[in-house]
Design a protein around this ligand. Structure first.
Ligand code: PEP
Ligand code: MG
Length: 541
């Protein structure tokens, strides 16, 4: 039994099997050994195991995709018998007195490089195969089970770190919890965990060499603790907590269908934040009054090329149709900073959070922006859609956006394509936008305060930098005052102002936000009923 603590980003508890992701052979350590015969024997056993695994994969593939495509597993089996490859491994163990894992990984790299540098295309293609075989042997040697993300049972994902594009590709039904060595509380992986209603611990200083796929674990988001291979007794206590939590959740369900209204009659909208069409299910399940933030950039992540206008149109249309007349606020592309996509070729920047991102990309590369706006305008015909623009710093930017909007209108009219120019709001997530929010309020239909970025830019604290978590005070007076200024400036112009950053779901602040006059809170779906409960039990005063 091994236990570690980390920062919890969602309070929940689960018990389940572990899947370790992204263990690369860079983590294979060189160790000095005495008994070389034993290491060679271990390689043989790992090879035997690999042969059985490959046979199973071959049989499965023949059934599912046919003999021709399954042949690759035969090639792998043959490679396992290759004398040059095996001799090189044995020789390294004997002469250098190193552990089997290290000898296999280094030999795999050497052979792979050799194949890759050959002229013959067939041999070149073998480079990836020999690497694959070596990875399999290393996995077998270290006792890790193979992970088939598409076919795995629901599991606790353990990793060094997870990027937004990795998390977005995972099958959410299969994830019980996240536990990562790195990551900050405001990272998009953390946001995703909250959205999915699953416990997540970050900054857990565990040694991934000692954690293996297939182990059992308890992830306790209430105490920020993960326990690997827990005792039976601990498991029982955890399962009891799981049952208690379920009961609490069921109690909250009684609030479904009720209004978000204080005891003295003040109403507030509670909407959901989503990242893709599939998340609408979470929003509906939790009785969201609408979608307050659809992070449209998630449509671009995990892809190899830009999603076409048509693909985007279908996605937006589906969301507004599923929300059946309820408001759906789609934020235009907010790519850049931690949300990197290869095909954008953004290049390396010293300060990506303060760099080429979001609306800046859209204004500099209008062809990308236009495709999205066209898709949005077309989808607006099918429901209650609004658009909001991220990372605004000035009135001039809004004017530039409106020029593009005007062009799109003319284009669609000319092409006789049905469209509607939706309500347009902006995110207030830079201190500059706060300072000119009086002027911005005259130009737009609404404000949505992005406290994640607003806090990082105001406190000069990189939201991705876990070292700064101790300095990160989301309740800082400066932020509270800024929110107040923004709400007042919106109201002076008859516009509404909401919060869609993570702070909107901070239950310690709900009453304060309502009293400040915040009109809308857009939060992870799992937080909606919890906020409703507070609103219904308070007085706005
Ligand atoms: C924010 O910055 O608060 C926000 C909602 O946007 P994101 O977290 O996607 O940057
Ligand atoms: Mg932001």
């Amino acid at each position: 039994m091994q236990s570690f603590f980390g920062k919890s980003v969602y309070k929940g508890i689960v018990v389940g099997p572990v899947v370790v992701l992204g263990k690369s052979d860079s983590q294979v350590r060189r160790k000095k050994i005495e008994d070389t015969d034993l290491e060679i024997k271990r390689v043989e056993q790992a090879g035997e195991q690999a042969r059985e695994q490959l046979q199973k994969l071959y049989d499965k593939a023949v059934k599912e995709v046919g003999e021709a495509s399954a042949a690759i597993f035969e090639v792998h089996q043959m490679m396992l018998e290759d004398e040059d490859y095996l001799d090189a491994i044995h020789n390294m163990i004997q002469t250098e007195k190193v552990n089997a894992e290290y000898a296999v990984a280094v030999t795999g790299d050497n052979f792979s490089e050799m194949f890759a540098s050959m002229d013959d295309d067939y041999m070149k293609a073998r480079a990836a195969d020999v690497k694959d075989i070596s990875d399999r042997l290393v996995r077998n040697l270290s006792g890790d089970k193979e992970v088939d993300l598409g076919n795995m049972e629901p599991a606790i994902i353990v990793a060094e770190d997870l990027s937004p594009s990795e998390t977005v590709q995972m099958d959410k039904e299969k994830i019980l919890a996240f536990v990562t060595v790195h990551g900050s509380t405001n990272s998009h992986t953390a946001i995703l965990a909250r959205m999915m209603n699953i416990p997540a611990l970050i900054g857990v200083s565990m040694n991934l060499d000692e954690i293996h796929t297939g182990m059992q674990a308890i992830v306790d988001g209430f105490h920020g603790e993960v326990v690997f291979e827990p005792s039976e007794e601990l498991c029982d206590t955890a399962l009891q907590k799981v049952a208690e939590e379920k009961e609490k959740q069921q109690l909250l369900q009684t609030l479904k269908g009720k209004e978000n209204i204080t005891l003295d009659g003040r109403k507030i909208n509670i909407y959901a934040n989503i990242g893709n069409v599939g998340d609408v299910g979470y929003a509906l399940e939790n009785d969201a009054g609408g979608i307050g933030l659809f992070r449209s950039e998630f449509l671009y992540l995990g892809k190899t090329d830009f999603p076409a206008e048509e693909e985007q149109f279908q996605a937006y249309k589906q969301v507004v149709q599923m929300m059946a007349g309820k408001k759906v606020i789609i934020r235009t592309l907010d790519i850049g900073a931690d949300k990197q996509v290869d095909y954008f070729h953004l290049g390396k920047e010293d300060n990506p959070a303060m760099g080429y991102r979001a609306i800046r990309i859209c204004l500099k590369q209008p062809e990308i922006f236009k495709a999205q706006l066209r898709a949005l305008f077309r989808a607006a015909v099918f429901g209650n859609l609004s658009i909001m623009y991220p990372m605004i710093t000035s009135t001039e930017e809004v004017e530039m956006i409106y020029d593009v909007v005007h062009e799109i209108k003319k284009e669609l009219e000319k092409e006789q394509i049905p469209y509607k120019v939706p309500e347009q709001g902006i995110m207030i997530e830079t201190p500059a936008a706060v300072m000119v929010s009086d002027e911005l309020a005259e130009m737009v239909d609404f404000f949505s305060i992005g406290t994640n970025d607003l806090t990082q830019y105001t406190l000069a604290i990189d939201r991705q930098n876990e070292k700064l978590d101790d300095f990160y005070n989301p309740h800082h007076k400066a932020i509270m005052r800024m929110i107040q200024i923004v709400v007042e400036n919106a109201h002076k112009c008859g516009k509404w102002a909401g919060i869609c950053g993570e702070l909107g779901a901070d239950l310690e602040l709900t009453e304060r936000f309502v009293r400040m006059g915040v009109d809308e809170l857009s939060v992870a779906p799992s937080m909606i009923l919890k906020i409703r409960k507070i609103v219904r039990e308070m007085k706005a005063g």
